[in-house]
Design a protein around this ligand. Structure first.
Ligand code: C5P
Length: 395
């Protein structure tokens, strides 16, 4: 599966470096050409001789060979590679990748690499759980670096927890997935995705909104585009960058989102309604900032239009997918939505499940259609997007 693929295997100074030997052997066995770059500290954990023998090439550590001045060009290495895989990746290297510190050959190569990049973090459980490390990992993921999650188990420190580098076999599986040619299965199709929270103005200063970050919808938009679809992403306020290959229409209120969605619906082949749309909006938007007084205040609200329901009513042969975020009576409520809004399937996430719903990078969903339900385990939102788009593809 990896025949002829060029892989830079970056090894950093973690005790898990011993697993890099097996990883390298498996990659070579699968047909990949592997060049190993080690950080200076990594050499303390596994010998260059071992890695050079297994990769069939001298390993690279320094910017140049002090004996003869020969330059190890991080630029041409970066151009040569189909994938740069850093396994194990220490907290230190992850942090430097985020900030652009380039004080060794591995990091300069990372900055030069045009290839895909994947990291397999390995560290003690507290280092892994630390907000700094978690923020760095999230930042890298947002920039498109593939994160090969560590496992939970016994660590070198003797403590038990999450931080153990994924096993070499698992890393190879992920590498195959990352390098698999993406089939353009949705070429010629056009999808609308609504995402993020709407904003309903009260006056020029205040508004009503909700906790949606837009991450789930953005991941779906990106996955649809990766598979060749034309995607119109109608987005409420978020801080996320526009996914590659996606056309974004920025909106604020539910009414704006409704107008933007209905304007493209006729020419679309389907839609995924992921936005957290306000159900109510102020009857009057004050044109001047409301002044406080000693009395309580009441804001009268009126219903907004249900975008999903409107699109569902003129669905024809299109595919329409909805979301349900419930706190109680989850499945019955989700099934009700299937009928009321004429969805082909509903993605149910329950706020009762840890790691599901708003804000985080993970979600736990159940897909419900007229034939039954498919329950999925806790996954990254990117993986949830793949599951949802797989189902759209089947339909
Ligand atoms: O009925 P409820 O609002 O819980 O349904 C959620 C589903 O309907 C989501 O797919 C959401 O994006 C969509 N929706 C919509 N317009 C609204 C309210 C919800 O498209 N005004």
């Amino acid at each position: 599966m990896l025949n002829g693929k060029h892989i830079i295997l970056g090894i950093t100074g973690s005790i898990a470096a011993y697993k890099a030997a097996m990883l390298c052997r498996l990659l070579v066995k699968e047909g990949a050409e592997v060049r190993v770059i080690m950080t200076p500290l990594a050499k303390q954990f596994i010998t260059p001789l071992t890695m050079a023998t297994l990769s069939k090439h001298p390993i690279l550590v320094e910017f140049f060979n002090p004996e003869n001045g020969e330059w190890n060009s991080h630029v041409s290495l970066g151009e040569w590679a189909d994938l740069m895989l850093i396994a194990p990746a220490t907290a230190n290297t992850l942090a430097k990748m985020v900030t652009g510190v380039a004080d060794n050959l591995l990091l300069t190569t990372y900055l030069s690499a045009r290839a895909k990049v994947a990291v397999a973090p390995a560290m003690d459980l507290d280092m892994y759980a630390h907000i700094t490390t978690q923020t760095n990992i999230r930042t890298l993921a947002e920039r498109g670096v593939e994160i090969i999650e560590p496992e939970a188990g016994e660590l070198a420190s003797g403590l038990v927890g999450k931080g153990r580098m994924a096993e070499p076999e698992e890393i190879v599986e992920q590498v195959k997935r990352i390098l698999a040619p993406q089939k353009k299965t949705l070429e010629g199709k056009h999808y609308i995705v609504t995402a993020g929270a709407t904003i309903e103005a009260i006056d020029p200063v205040r508004y009503i909104t909700n906790h949606s970050t837009g991450k789930m919808g953005y991941a779906i938009a990106e996955e649809l585009a990766v598979r060749g679809a034309k995607v119109t992403l109608i987005s409420g306020r978020t801080t996320l960058p526009v996914p590659k290959g996606v056309e974004r229409v920025d909106v604020l209120s539910a009414e704006d989102m409704y107008r933007a969605a209905t304007a493209v619906w006729q020419e679309a082949d389907g839609g995924v309604m992921c936005a957290a749309v306000a159900d109510y909006t102020p009857v009057v938007v004050a044109d001047k900032k409301l002044k406080k007084s000693d009395d309580d205040m009441r804001i009268e609200l009126k219903r907004t239009k249900d975008i999903a329901k409107e699109l569902g009513a003129s669905k024809g042969g299109r595919i329409l997918v909805g979301f349900a975020l419930e706190t109680d009576n989850e499945e019955a409520n989700a099934e009700g939505k299937l009928e009321r809004k004429n969805f082909d399937f509903v993605v149910l996430n329950s706020l009762r499940d840890a790691g599901a719903g708003f804000r985080g990078d993970t979600n736990k969903v159940t897909l419900i259609d007229r034939n039954g339900r498919e329950e999925h385990p806790l996954m990254s939102k990117v993986d949830v997007a793949r599951v949802i788009v797989d189902k759209i593809e089947k339909l």
